[in-house]
Every structure is written in structure tokens, then in C-alpha cells.
Design a protein. Sequence first.
Length: 343
Amino acid sequence: MKCNRLEGYLDLSHADGSVGPCCLIRDWKSNIYTGVDFSEWSNPIKKGCWPCVENEKNGHESMRQTAIAEGMHIALDFTCNFMCRICRPALSSKWDAVDEDWTRFDKDHFYKDPNRKRFIKEQDRFLNTVELSEMKQVSIVGGEPFYSKRLLPFLKQLPKSARVSINTNASIFPDDKTIKELERFDSVQIDLSIDAIGELAECIRFGTKWSDVEKNINKHISLWDETYIYTTISVFNVNKLNEIYDFAGGDEYHGGRSRMNPLKFPSFLRLEQIPLATRKSWGITSLKGKGDFNNIIFSENEAKPEHKKCIDFIQTCDKHQGILFKNVNEEMWETLWTLAYPK
């Protein structure tokens, strides 16, 4: 299948300054620091990259299907007020401030980029070469976009006809100036990154005050035509997805707002760390068989067993965040512990 991302789509969402057509597959040499060579994207991907192939197999639209030539996926900076356990120092200033050697878990995932302080200046320099006024589709991620001082000036450079989507942790509701600027666009989509509700949400996405987040979710829903609750499925929440699915009123095919995707990296936090036989009891009960998100929950993909590393990582996060995972998801903690240290 043709990959629409190779037709000129721009991804500028990584702290290392890489410039490519995709945020998941990053075998591109182009970089805002060293230069961009668009010709390196011209080779067709015949079979497709595994994240998109997997999404399509599960019955969902993939990025290669939905991308358009005049589109962009961008992080304006990596300032964030959360330290989400599925994130990493390169994408969150809150993570970056913690004194811990996270690279011992996965040096390729938990990296800190030495050019971080140059990022904004160099990204602006590159954006001066891009016709932002011609953009038809722009997806803004972070950090936390509504925490960024760069968001409003960037939005002002986009055309009214652009389809704008913003990924937010819902901890901050935009100010009046930002709302007014967003209302200028023909289409606005707000993607709320919510991986659980209540105390488990406050653990997985550390920084969450659930009562505030819930209020902001309702405010977003009342303001925008398109508002979705995006859930990343990992070992932290794969046994609790019924709760978030019900909170979202079901998925978009059943009158609700739920959208779900599996965590790809790091491997030791993937849902496949839990044996399929165990996951079989954790499907979304209102969905029948392996349809929809149950396709993800019941994934038959394999992941190298890394249960001791997973336990170590959880305990390290517990130490820095002051929240014990075992107190908010006892079932998963006992499952992981039994896998790591069988009797």
C-alpha cells in the first residue's frame, strides 16, 4: 500500500531535531541542525512499516492512510508539567529534571539530547523555509502544547482552512486568546491523552489531579466539535480499559469518544509483557469477540519477557513520584511480580 507520508508530510516532533515523514519510523538523516534532504524520503516502502500494518490489521486507519502532502506533525517545545510513566526525558521537561539514570532501562528510549537548548532557535529557522500558510493539516504535540508560549504565535501563521489538532494532557485549559485563535479555524480537533481514571490516572500520568482533568475534559467537549479521549495501552492499564472505555462513552463507532493505540516503545512496558492467556480476561466486555480495541488487547505479537526490568522501573518511578503503583493497580502489580519472581 502507498504511504502518503512519503508524499511530503513533515514530522518535527522529536527532541533530537530529526525531520522526516513519520514519528514512529525514524531512519532519516535529515535534521534541523545539520540540514534536510527531502530526496531521502523518495524510496517507496513496499510492504509498509509495522506500526501502520498493525493498525490496519486491527481495523483502524493508519498514519500512512490519513496523512496528506500539506500536513505536519510538530512539537513546538518539550515544556511539560507531567512526568508520564510511558514518556521520557527528551519529551518532557518534568522528566528531564529528575536525577536518575533512566538509560539503564533503555538507552535508545530514555535519551537526553545535547542540542536541546538549540531546538527552538533551529526549528524556527527551518520553519522559515516552510510555507505554513499553505498547510492543510497540522497536528501539535509536546510537551504540553497549552503550556507552551510558542503555541499562539504558531497558530497565527496557519491558514483558516487548516485542520488543526492538538494533543493535550487536559491539565491546562487554554486561555481566551488561544481559544479565540483556535475558533478561527474551520476544523479543530482536541485529543485528550487519558490512560486511566481516578488514582490510576494520577499514577500513570504523574502530575494529574483527576478532579481538575475531568473538569477540563468536560469543558473541551462542550467547546469543540471533535474531542477524543486517546488511551495508550501498556502494562500499566491493559487490565483497566473497561473503565476508560465506559468513561469515554464507548468508541467513535459506538457513539463515544474513545480511541486506543498500543504502546510501541519501550518494549518492557508493552502490553504483550502480559501473557495472552491472562489478557483474555481483560477485554472490553461491551465489544464482541476480537473486534475493535479487543484486537489490541488480545494481541498475539511477541515481546521479549522483561518482567524484572518492568518491576524495577515501576519501583524507580514510585520512588521519585511518591505514588505506589501497587496501591492503584494491585491486580497488575501482582501479575507482574508473579511473572518476574515465580514461586
